[in-house]
Ligand binder design. Structure first.
Ligand SMILES: O=C(CO)[C@H](O)[C@H](O)COP(=O)(O)O
Length: 261
């Protein structure tokens, strides 16, 4: 489909391209999942084609693997790559310490493994994803299908002891059937409204039998590239304590593009 981009799509687009331009020749790069990551993978594909950029990409989902191959990126598994120079991925929420909620696309298990196996994780997001306290976005928790209802009950009991506002959980659906992740698991979305102690909640959730991984990324992200609807891009680095802002692209540029999921 071709059409004018919404301000949110434009924000995602400029953030994604800015981060893709941080990738250097020879790098092993973790490729995230989601609509923002799609723009990043496409930009890397352009650079491979136009500049002869040589990289190895480790995708975080079957969807991203397919796209990366389509745009000409050499795809390798994480175990083939061993360790990565950089992972670039979207997020559903980020706070001032660059802690994240991820998993809106159901890929947070592979995303967390890949980000943790990288020298640095760069998040690409539109400015609307920034929050003071994590939790407005429902927290995805990947659970094995066996006994998932028991796992849900155990999670709800654990939540009763935590500093959260809500405790309702929902099995993620794909039409009439439960959503199935790349690893063959289900996702429970926890509607918590506000997470008082994300670090503690991440540890507690992963101790419940049946839980594979939760969508809280604590102390994993190093840098966030924030896009705005007017084309501005801000880069914040948690280690260097730096903030850079780029001005919007030339007016008229990139206003009409293929709109992708
Ligand atoms: O965590 C994710 C997928 O599991 C995505 O990065 C997250 O949901 C953000 O998606 P989008 O870029 O489409 O807003």
């Amino acid at each position: 489909m071709t059409g004018e981009m919404s301000p949110v799509d434009k924000a995602k687009y400029v953030a994604a391209r800015r981060a893709a331009d941080m990738v250097q020749d020879g790098m092993r790069v973790g490729l995230g999942t989601g609509s923002t990551a799609v723009w990043m993978v496409r930009r890397l594909g352009e650079r491979v084609k136009d500049e002869g950029l040589q990289i190895k990409g480790v995708p975080t989902s079957s969807r991203t693997a397919q796209l990366a191959r389509e745009v000409g990126i050499e795809v390798v598994s994480l175990d083939q790559a061993g360790w990565l120079d950089m992972a670039i991925d979207g997020a559903d929420e980020f706070d001032g310490e660059l802690n994240l909620i991820k998993g809106g696309g159901g890929a947070h298990l592979q995303e967390k493994i890949v980000a943790t196996a990288s020298d640095r994780m760069v998040v690409i997001a539109d400015a609307g994803k920034e929050v003071e306290t994590l939790g407005a976005f429902p927290l995805p928790v990947e659970v094995v299908p066996f006994g998932w209802q028991t796992t849900r009950t155990l999670i709800e009991e654990a939540l009763d002891t935590m500093d959260v506002l809500g405790t309702s959980t929902a099995l993620r659906m794909n039409g009439e059937a439960p959503f199935v992740t790349d690893e063959g698991n289900h996702i429970l979305d926890l509607h918590l409204q506000r997470i008082g102690n994300a670090r503690q909640l991440a540890l507690v959730l992963n101790q419940v039998p049946g839980v594979v991984e939760n969508g809280l990324f604590i102390d994993i992200c190093d840098k966030v590239v924030i896009g705005y609807g007017d084309g501005r891009v801000e880069v914040r680095d948690i280690n260097e304590g730096t903030i850079e802002t780029d001005q919007p692209a030339e007016s008229g540029e990139n206003l009409f593009l293929d709109i992708v999921d």
